[in-house]
Design a binder for this molecule. Structure first.
Ligand SMILES: C[S@@+](CC[C@H](N)C(=O)[O-])C[C@H]1O[C@@H](n2cnc3c(N)ncnc32)[C@H](O)[C@@H]1O
Length: 266
């Protein structure tokens, strides 16, 4: 299954910022507690985007781990490299398309991570096979992504605003099923962990910022819902009306992110 998906750095960074500003829990703390990356480890972060997880591990190990971040978006890699330079970190940010052979030797890494990315892979057996190949024996794979119950309120508001069917999201629709099962088949041991984050919006505007950063015309996932700029703005207008009604009724808007973390050992 080919998935036509493209992330822009502006949208990605807006969503990360909104999670941090309005969330009740911190996914970084959860990730570090679960993985506890150590000094001396060789870590590969697949679909690293602007480097969020790579920088997290670099901070946690105080620069002591050898970290490689790979992504196929040159725009996001540029952001990551600029931040790397600014911080004086030694992370290696490289081009990596997870639908192609990873350009690393067998048994290279102790930890291979992928946050909200690798589940877009066209051929799950191939991509997770690559992650398995480049990991050392006993090395761990960590893949995070949305569970099916993720941000129900967001989809309900869009459904109410449009009366349309929500396009299937490759992450949440595949995470617990195909993705977990593929990893479980390839790796020696597989566990599913769960992280919940309640985002409480004290007004409608930041929720709409989140909606825009998810539906934006540049993200190809939602294009069945609108055709061009005018239809996009009309859709945002309808979503704003429904969100405002919900806000007036409840006094706040609460969206719960429900994230799964698949942790597997080679
Ligand atoms: C939602 S972002 C997550 C980025 C980062 N891991 C984070 O947590 O902030 C998804 C990332 O997957 C990357 N991506 C999508 N398809 C890819 C592919 N075929 N190969 C490599 N990266 C890909 C995108 O460029 C984007 O950086």
């Amino acid at each position: 299954m080919e998935i036509n998906y493209q992330e822009t750095s502006k949208d990605l960074l807006t969503r990360i910022d909104i999670h941090e500003t309005y969330g009740s829990a911190n996914i970084d703390v959860w990730t570090n507690e679960l993985l506890q990356p150590q000094t001396g480890m060789d870590i590969l972060d697949v679909g690293c985007g602007a480097g969020k997880l790579s920088f997290l591990f670099d901070d946690y190990t105080k620069g002591g781990a050898k970290i490689t971040g790979g992504d196929f978006s040159e725009e996001l890699l540029d952001k990551a490299r600029a931040k790397n330079k600014e911080r004086g970190s030694k992370i290696d940010f490289v081009f990596l398309d997870f639908n192609k052979r990873f350009d690393f030797a067998d048994n290279t890494f102790d930890l291979c991570t992928s946050a909200f990315a690798i589940y877009y892979a066209s051929n799950l057996d191939f991509t997770f096979g690559e992650a398995h190949r480049v990991l050392n024996r006993g090395g761990r794979l960590f893949v995070s992504g949305p569970l099916p119950e993720n941000k129900q309120m967001f989809y309900e508001i869009i459904k109410e605003a449009t009366n349309a069917t929500i396009p299937p999201m490759p992450g949440s629709s595949r995470f617990k099923g195909d993705i977990f099962n593929t990893i479980d088949r390839i790796f020696a041991k597989t566990e599913l962990h769960k992280f919940e984050n309640h985002l409480t919006f004290p007004e409608v505007a930041p929720f709409i910022d989140y909606v825009r950063a998810s539906l934006s015309e540049d993200r190809k996932l939602w294009t069945s819902m609108f055709n061009g700029h005018d239809e996009y703005e009309a859709l945002i207008g309808k979503i704003t009306d429904v969100a405002t009604r919900w806000f007036e009724r409840d006094g706040k808007l609460v969206m719960t992110k429900v994230v799964g973390g698949i942790l597997a050992t080679k």
